[in-house]
Structures are given as structure tokens and as C-alpha cells.
Design a protein around this ligand. Structure first.
Ligand SMILES: Nc1ncnc2c1ncn2[C@@H]1O[C@H](COP(=O)(O)OP(=O)(O)OP(=O)(O)O)[C@@H](O)[C@H]1O
Ligand SMILES: [Mg+2]
Length: 314
């Protein structure tokens, strides 16, 4: 039986999962997410997608590491400014058509009953943090007090009440920052693009990896310096962070499971803050988390767990 892995040939995590798929007795086929850029033959014929001569309709399962989305094709100028090249519209339009083809293919596989980890709908639509927070609240998980708004007055009132407030984008893609005296005068910028404002939770940054219904790894991320968003720490970016194994209470495991299920995720990387007072506060669920550093440093069987979900053994 074959398993499709949709992602980049340069991605070590793609190859780690492929190895585990083979160890489970399946054949892996890398479905390169730059296939159309490379001009590989990719054909939808009478409802079946044939990738470089291989019909993908009978595969046992798929791991979707990364589906290309259409972004503005900007370049960075010498002065650091981001500029669009002269043919930006043709490039952007091409990326939009490619993305529509990839997503249609994957959604059609899902509709035909294939096992996709994670389904593209879950990964794209449910990646939105406001909806994630709703699902987390609904399953009874604690989340930070949160205001999502484009109204500067509402933000000022929230800040006056909660006091220690951070902010981050609705779609992700930027570091979390403090709402401090430098930022408060610039609140008029939010009127056209709402922002997430949240009570700042002090404590350890935890990352929980869920494969099917099982926690296959739970760690506290240790970086040498205290940063509000641990990804802002240069040692984290350079791969020098350390991880410490964490035991999760049953209640927290249950919330992880139910939230993932509520979002349609069969595999998830869940961000939780653990406070000194012993509270577990949920931040978000990532549908295609990067985890290889933890796996290599602590030996947690994350790729194996993921491969088992993909082939239907978990
Ligand atoms: N309310 C908060 N209190 C304290 N720290 C926070 C809070 N929200 C976010 N952070 C810090 O910022 C980090 C990133 O925030 P979060 O996980 O919510 O989004 P993200 O990873 O930026 O999202 P995406 O993966 O979509 O880019 C968290 O792991 C945590 O370290
Ligand atoms: Mg995160």
C-alpha cells in the first residue's frame, strides 16, 4: 500500500515521516509541493489525480506537511523595503491557480474518503486563532482573557481592566508583543485590521504533540533568556533550545483531545502556558507543527505516531 506525503523535498520532517511509513511496511510517495513550479506532469482525469504517472486515488493515507498558498511575490530591496517586481500580478495569479489546483485535489481525496493528516479544510480554515479559542473554551479548556477588535476604545478599556496585555495577529505570522506605552498611542492602526489582545500569562511554554488520541510528546521549552515569545530568542532560532519532559494531568490531555477533535485535527502541536500556580492555559493548536528538534533531542516518537495516524493504525 502507498502513502502520499505532500511537502518539500528539502524538509527533513517530510523524510523523517517517510522513514517511519516505510518501517510500518508501506511505500511512500513524495508529492512535491513545488511540482507545478517544476512543471511535473500533474493531471486530473475523470476525477482521478495522476502525479508524475502515479494515480493517487488508491493511497492508504496522506501526510500534508505544507500546502502552498498564494502570497504577494515581494522582493526585499537593498534598503530593506519590500517591493513588488514588475510581473507581480502574473506571478501572484499563477500561484493562486496552483493553490486552487492543489487544494481541489486534496479536498476531492478527502471527499472520496481518503485519510488526510490533516485535512486541508482543518488546516486552512481552522488555523484562525479566534475560532480555535472558541473551540478551546467550548471543551472547557482555560484560555487567556481575549479581546479581538478593531476598536481602539475597546482595546483601551480592555487594557485598563486587564493591565498586563499582549497582542498578536489574527492569522499568525508575527511575534507576540506587549501592549505598552510605546504601542498604546498607535492603536488607530487596528481600525482596518482587527488584532488579538490577550491577558499575558506568565509561565513555562509547553508544546504538546498529539497523534490520534495520544500525547506522544509533552515538553517545556527552555531558552537561556526570558522572551515574551520564545521564538524571538536567538538561541531558539539557532536550534540551541533545550526541552524538559512534562507530565500532563488527565484533564489537560482530555482538553487536548477534544479541542483537536473539535477542529478536525488528527495530529496537532498544542501550545500551552503552565503558570507557577499550576494552571494550564491553552494558546493554540498548530495543524502542521515543526517538531523534529524535540524528537532528536529527547527521542520522543513523534514521526512514528504521525505515520501511524497516516496509515490508519492509530
Ligand atoms: N497570552 C499570552 N501570554 C503570554 N505569552 C503569550 C501569549 N500569547 C502568546 N504568547 C507567547 O507567544 C508565542 C506565540 O503565540 P501563539 O502560539 O499564540 O501564536 P503563533 O505561534 O505566533 O501563531 P502561528 O503559529 O499561527 O504563527 C507563544 O508560544 C507564547 O510564548
Ligand atoms: Mg504558537
Amino acid at each position: 500500500m502507498r502513502v502520499g506525503i505532500f511537502g518539500s523535498d528539502d524538509d527533513l520532517q517530510v523524510h523523517a515521516v517517510a522513514r517511519e511509513v516505510r518501517a510500518l511496511g508501506f511505500d511512500d510517495v513524495l508529492l512535491r509541493n513545488d511540482a507545478l513550479d517544476e512543471g511535473f506532469p500533474l493531471t486530473l482525469v475523470d476525477g482521478r489525480v495522476v502525479y508524475r504517472g502515479v494515480d493517487t486515488s488508491g493511497f492508504a493515507g496522506f501526510y500534508l506537511r505544507n500546502i502552498p498558498a498564494a502570497y504577494a511575490p515581494y522582493l526585499e530591496a537593498d534598503d530593506g523595503e519590500l517591493v513588488l517586481p514588475g510581473d507581480w500580478h502574473a506571478k501572484y495569479e499563477r500561484a493562486r491557480q496552483q493553490s486552487a489546483f492543489y487544494v481541489s485535489w486534496l479536498v476531492a481525496l478527502k471527499a472520496a474518503g481518503a485519510r488526510l493528516v490533516n485535512p486541508p479544510q482543518a488546516a486552512s480554515v481552522l488555523q484562525y486563532k479566534p475560532f480555535q479559542l472558541d473551540v478551546l473554551r467550548r471543551v472547557g479548556a482555560r484560555v487567556p482573557r481575549t479581546l479581538i477588535s478593531n476598536d481602539p476604545d475597546a482595546v483601551r478599556a480592555f487594557h485598563a481592566e486587564v493591565k498586563d496585555v499582549v497582542f498578536k495577529p489574527v492569522m499568525g505570522g508575527a511575534l507576540t508583543q506587549r501592549l505598552d506605552e510605546d504601542v498604546l498611542p498607535a492603536l488607530h492602526h487596528v481600525t482596518k485590521a482587527p488584532v488579538i489582545f490577550q491577558e499575558r500569562i506568565e509561565g513555562d511554554d509547553l508544546r504538546v504533540m498529539l497523534a490520534g488520541d495520544d500525547v506522544v510528546s509533552a515538553v517545556a521549552i527552555r531558552t537561556p533568556e526570558q522572551h515574551l515569545d520564545f521564538r524571538g530568542d536567538p538561541s531558539y532560532r539557532d536550534g540551541e533550545s533545550a526541552y524538559e519532559e512534562v507530565q500532563l494531568p488527565d484533564e489537560v490531555v482530555r482538553s487536548c483531545r477534544e479541542a483537536a477533535r473539535g477542529l478536525g485535527l488528527r495530529f496537532a502541536g498544542i501550545d500551552i502556558k503552565r503558570t507557577r500556580a499550576g494552571e494550564w492555559v491553552f494558546l493554540e493548536l498548530n495543524s502542521s507543527p515543526i517538531y523534529l528538534d524535540v524528537e532528536l533531542k529527547l527521542g520522543h516518537p513523534i514521526s512514528r505516531g504521525l505515520a501511524e495516524v497516516v496509515v490508519g493504525r492509530r
